[in-house]
Ligand binder design. Structure first.
Ligand code: G3P
Length: 215
């Protein structure tokens, strides 16, 4: 499973990119609003800094508007991906953008049928919102496993992005369930680095090393 970072914060993107752990970025209007800058300028900076895909959400809700926005987003940088909400208008926009060779990320996916429809319309990615489902007591990991099975059975190229990740355990479970990508907040990525036995192991090695280092 590949890892993207779910943020619009350039500092977090640079830090994780320097560690070699991410190969893409997903943003949304909420994440961009937190940064308080012009969203398109922010996205252009992000796309310039990373090699991989950068998802940026269309905010008009009619197909025609989303296609117009999508063309503008795609023109910002070669690695831009247009995030399109899972609606009838969104599906029309995904189809049109796919015909134009523009990559799309169908967002706000909550079940297998929505994922199937988005993939059939031509979405490059479908983003299933794991955390928001789990918050409501739904088996989001089971749904992810089913979507992967449906895509594989039908030879569909659309990749599954596990989004709305709340903790490290969800990352592991999404990887086992067959998500192609997890887009993970910075805090969770940093928690994935750590294990108390790693910290204790380093301390012990350093302590023992001091006993012989000046001999
Ligand atoms: O980018 C979409 C998704 O990751 C949002 O997550 O935490 O708002 O449910 P969250």
């Amino acid at each position: 499973m590949k890892l993207f970072i779910d943020t619009a914060n350039l500092d977090e993107i640079v830090k994780t990119d320097n560690m070699g752990i991410i190969c893409g970025v997903t943003t949304n209007p909420t994440l961009l609003s937190r940064e308080g800058h012009n969203p398109r300028e922010m996205a252009a900076k992000i796309a310039d800094r990373v090699d991989g895909p950068v998802s940026y959400e269309a905010v008009l809700l009619d197909a025609e508007g989303m296609v117009k926005e999508g063309k503008e987003i795609a023109a910002m940088a070669p690695n831009m991906v247009v995030k399109v909400p899972m609606t009838t208008e969104g599906l029309k926009a995904i189809k049109r953008l796919a015909e134009l060779g523009i990559k799309t990320n169908a967002t706000l996916i909550f079940n297998e049928n929505q994922a199937l429809l988005a993939a059939r319309a031509g979405a490059t990615y479908v983003s299933i919102f794991i955390g928001r489902l789990v918050d409501r007591g739904v088996d989001a990991i089971g749904i992810t496993r089913n979507i992967r099975m449906i895509f594989d059975t039908n030879d569909m190229d659309t990749e599954i992005i596990a989004a709305s990740i709340r903790n490290t355990e969800q990352v592991t479970q999404c990887a086992i369930a067959g998500a192609h990508i997890a887009t993970v907040p910075y805090r969770v990525l940093m928690e994935m680095v750590e294990h108390p036995l790693t910290t204790a192991g380093i301390e012990k090695f350093m302590e023992d090393w001091k006993k012989v280092s000046d001999k």
